[in-house]
Write a protein of this length. Structure first.
Length: 254
């Protein structure tokens, strides 16, 4: 259920969140790469990263797979890179693709179009529960979109040429813009006197909802954030949700 903050005009959802996160077992569920402050290139940041640490959760298992495996789809950049390597080494495109695939597979990385077994072996599906703080800025609503336009419209237009914030802005690839929005949202004090836990948004690949959770206590070195680990499960080849997303993306997996 959503309500609207009387101070900011942002819509928010209340209540504990139970979500799914895929991460390397060697890192654990709550060790995202911290982001730096100051002027840095944000092109490699995730959508709602801010200076500090951000953890992403999906509302269901399929959405967790969809968000994680999207980078494995074969895109133009990968096709161009394979063609370039083939030309440089005087080999066929298929031979160049296999060289790249073998190299990435040895390191446990996803290769576009291919998911190696050791990618699965090195990762777990975590089920996390976040009880507090209980307010999440809801970026799926018209009220929040309108609030962003009122408060940030001129700034985003001047900096990025974004004349109007829309859902397309929030799900787009301009990381300078989406992280600037997230940074502003993280700093807002809501009408209950507290900061929001993070944001709730649509998965940009369709399907379910996602949450971006800002690890404020960890960033401020005040101890662990209030996150409960409810379950951790291995990722098996016969996982029905995994296979659904693999088929959706046209990926192969051992």
């Amino acid at each position: 259920m959503t309500a609207v903050c009387s101070k900011t005009g942002l819509a928010y959802a209340e209540g504990p969140v139970i979500g799914y996160r895929i991460a390397k077992s060697s890192y654990g569920p709550l060790n995202p790469l911290p982001r730096s402050t100051g002027p840095v290139d944000r092109s490699s940041w995730s959508r709602f990263d801010t200076p500090g640490s951000t953890v992403y959760l999906a509302g269901d298992r399929r959405t967790a797979y969809a968000e994680t495996l999207a980078m494995g789809r074969v895109g133009k950049d990968f096709r161009d890179a394979v063609a370039f390597a083939a030309a440089q080494f005087g080999i066929t495109v298929e031979a160049a693709r296999k060289l790249i695939q073998d190299d990435w597979t040895r390191n446990g990385n996803m290769v576009p179009g291919w998911l190696p077994a050791n990618w699965r072996d090195g990762r777990l599906m975590y089920t996390l529960r976040i009880n507090s703080p209980i307010r999440w800025i809801d970026l799926t609503t018209a009220e929040s979109i309108a609030s962003l336009n009122r408060h940030l419209g001129q700034q985003l237009d001047d900096a990025f040429g974004i004349s109007t914030v829309t859902l397309a802005t929030l799900s787009g690839e301009n990381r300078e813009a989406t992280t600037a929005i997230a940074e502003w949202l993280r700093e807002q004090v809501l009408d209950d006197g507290n900061f929001a836990a993070g944001v709730r948004a649509h998965s940009k690949y369709g399907g379910g909802l996602c949450w971006a959770y800002w690890l404020r206590r960890q960033d401020d070195r005040l101890g662990p954030d209030p996150v409960e680990l409810e379950a951790e499960t291995e990722i098996h080849r016969n996982d029905a949700d995994l296979n659904y997303v693999l088929a959706l993306y046209g990926l192969e997996c051992r």
